[in-house]
Design a protein around this ligand. Structure first.
Ligand code: HGY
Ligand code: MN
Ligand code: MN
Length: 428
């Protein structure tokens, strides 16, 4: 069964009101699910890839058809502007269309389409927002292209420098300049932060929860009270390459063994700093990766997070010490580099309260949830008031083809976003 039919099966059409249209949302989720679709049902739209660009082009077309004025900045971020009554500071909502390799159909996409659905609803009901409203698509949120950062929104906020871009190399060995040139932009344009031309008062992001709290409490939407900041630590264990058959066990300096000890021993470290800290090794490369070769080196990346910056950084320190002690114990070299370090974002109390108000009025008990996942909202939120709305994830599955959010829950999240934006603009 195609995504569209799956979404509409059992959809509660009572949720279609105030201009919001579940069928339109479902058909757009379905359209985008086809871009970068793989055999196993997952989608792959790596940042700055033709697939990400294609998805942006399709949403840009929908934006234009909805009467929005579409612009793109040097980082490939896309903005659809709905003119408001006055020229005051604008409000914005959006997310990303890129995915992890073989990802799901809702991560990021729901946030972009929810923001667009609000514009469609306002158009249908003849509501003209008090200030201009922009729907945003940020590039390379997953950081899968360069294994670093939340690229598009970092560029939008002017957080990236030449020094950082010089370190960006993608999986095919392409430099940042080659990638951004192929994409149709340049380093100079990329480094022009579009946020400086926008006087913004508020940013909101709808996103799937990617966790199980809402499912546990049987609620369709939740309120994010804090966003954990990821730090990505590249670790390399350098040993001595050799012949798998002729090298006695006792005279080896095998980096695969060292990496194995390291990965198993860091599992116990997060609980030493806090209850919410986590550490994950999801990417590990063996060189030269031959079945009958004792490896020369192993490169891996540890994804380290917490909602509190101090404990997150304590955990980084513990993991670096672990790399050093394992290398010493195994008689080989270890080196490490922190290539990404994003500040956790506490969501302002008054914005959480406004969101709770909206959720209450919709007859839903407010559920406050910290986000372990990073989001574009945390980058904008460092300097612009930002809030996040979670939509329930089935079994908390995400970054996976089985990622699922019901159309009821998607549409409910759109209602919350619409009423929050109206509240923020009207209570200015
Ligand atoms: O990795 C993350 O937390 C997000 O999915 N980019
Ligand atoms: Mn996301
Ligand atoms: Mn993601």
């Amino acid at each position: 069964m195609v995504l569209y039919d799956k979404l509409l099966a059992g959809y509660n059409t009572q949720l279609d009101h105030s201009g919001i249209n579940g069928k339109r949302l479902a058909s757009r989720l379905h359209e985008l699910s086809k871009i970068g679709a793989g055999e196993n049902g997952g989608v792959t739209r790596i940042g700055y890839s033709p697939e990400e660009k294609h998805a942006k082009e399709i949403v840009s077309k929908w934006m234009t058809e909805a009467g929005l004025e579409v612009t793109t900045d040097g980082a490939g971020n896309v903005f659809g502007r709905l003119k408001g009554k006055s020229e005051g500071p604008i409000v914005m909502s959006g997310s990303h269309l890129d995915t992890v390799p073989s990802g799901g159909n809702f991560d990021g996409v729901l946030g972009v389409l929810a923001a667009l659905e609000v514009a469609e609803a306002w158009k249908e009901t003849g509501y003209i927002p008090p200030v201009s409203y922009e729907v945003a698509i940020f590039s390379d949120e997953e950081g899968s292209r360069f294994n670093a950062g939340i690229t598009g929104s970092d560029a939008f906020m002017g957080n990236l420098s030449n020094e950082v871009l010089d370190t960006y190399i993608d999986a095919e060995g392409k430099s940042f300049d080659e990638v951004i040139h192929e994409y149709g932009s340049s380093r100079e344009e990329f480094l022009q932060p579009a946020s400086v031309e926008k006087d913004m008062q508020f940013f909101a992001e709808v996103h799937i929860e990617q966790g199980e709290v809402l499912e546990k409490f049987d609620r369709p939407v939740g309120i994010v009270n804090g966003i954990a900041g990821p730090a990505w630590l590249e670790v390399t264990f350098e040993g001595k390459a050799g012949h798998a058959g002729n090298t006695p066990m006792g005279s080896r300096k095998d980096p695969v063994i060292a990496a194995g000890i390291f990965v198993s021993e860091i599992e116990s470290l997060p609980s030493k700093v806090s209850e919410t800290a986590v550490a994950t090794v999801g990417k590990l490369n063996v060189h030269p990766n031959g079945v009958n070769v004792i490896a020369q080196k192993v490169e891996l990346i540890v994804d380290i997070r917490d909602i509190n910056e101090r404990t997150r950084d304590q955990l980084v320190e513990l993991i670096c010490q672990k790399a050093e002690s394992v290398a010493e114990q195994r008689g080989l070299q270890a080196k490490w580099n922190l290539n990404t370090k994003i500040k956790p974002l506490p969501i302002k109390r008054d914005l959480q309260e406004r969101l709770a108000d909206v959720v209450n009025k919709l007859g839903i008990t407010p559920t406050f949830i910290p986000s372990g996942a990073g989001h574009d909202a945390m980058i904008l939120g460092e300097r612009i008031p930002a809030a996040m709305i979670f939509a329930r994830s089935k079994e908390g599955i995400s970054h996976n083809p089985k990622e699922w959010t019901s159309l009821d829950d998607c549409v409910m999240a759109v209602h919350v976003l619409k009423q929050l934006l109206e509240k923020v603009m009207e209570e200015k």
